[in-house]
Design a protein around this ligand. Structure first.
Ligand code: PRP
Length: 172
């Protein structure tokens, strides 16, 4: 395994995700929000977070990819799957694994905002502000992390490591 060290253990992730679920539960009380997971990296965060949102809500998914096979973003974001739900006048929460350069979420938020939701918020498990290139910030953040290439819990390197139950730093 090419993991240099563990950055966030499974228990740390679960504790923080439970807290985020409680904050979202308070903020969206009585609103039936639509949570939109960004494939593929958000899969584990999305499912675990939703289990801590015990109120009426809907799910949808959008696919976006920009990293290809490397550790550097291509800068070109591709939409690989659009949402299936009519978002007009709905309260939308985008659920994403990591806000890094921000190019992916800049593209995704612009795309979803064009569908005229009543509100649009962004919930990310990891925020890596040092690398930001796009003008975007998250409304809900699990952890702010340093500028290292992380994998696990949905995050990949060359499509591998998504199934690690923790967030780890890849060996350079
Ligand atoms: C990763 C990650 C975010 C994005 C963040 O996706 O899941 O979507 O990069 O990086 P950025 O802020 O620099 O744009 P990737 O393109 O690797 O696709 P994936 O979710 O299918 O792994």
């Amino acid at each position: 395994m090419e993991i240099e060290r563990i950055l966030l253990r499974q228990e740390q992730l679960q504790t923080r995700i439970r807290e985020l679920g409680a904050v979202l539960s308070a903020d969206y009380a009585g609103k039936t929000p639509i949570f939109i997971g960004v494939l593929k990296g958000a899969v584990h965060f999305f499912t675990d977070l939703m289990l801590h949102y015990p109120h009426p809500c809907q799910y949808d998914f959008i696919g976006a990819s920009s990293y290809g096979d490397g550790t550097q973003t291509s800068g070109q974001v591709r939409l690989t799957k659009d949402v299936m739900t009519d978002l007009r006048d709905r309260h939308v929460v985008i659920v994403e694994d990591i806000l890094d350069t921000g190019l992916t979420l800049r593209f995704v938020t612009d795309w979803l905002r064009s569908k005229h939701p009543a509100s649009l918020k962004l919930c990310v498990l990891l925020d890596k502000p040092e690398r930001r290139r796009a003008d975007i910030s998250a409304d809900y953040i699990g952890f702010t992390i340093p500028n290292e290439f992380v994998v696990g819990y949905g995050l990949d390197y060359q499509e591998l490591y998504r199934n690690l139950p923790y967030i780890g730093v890849l060996k350079p």
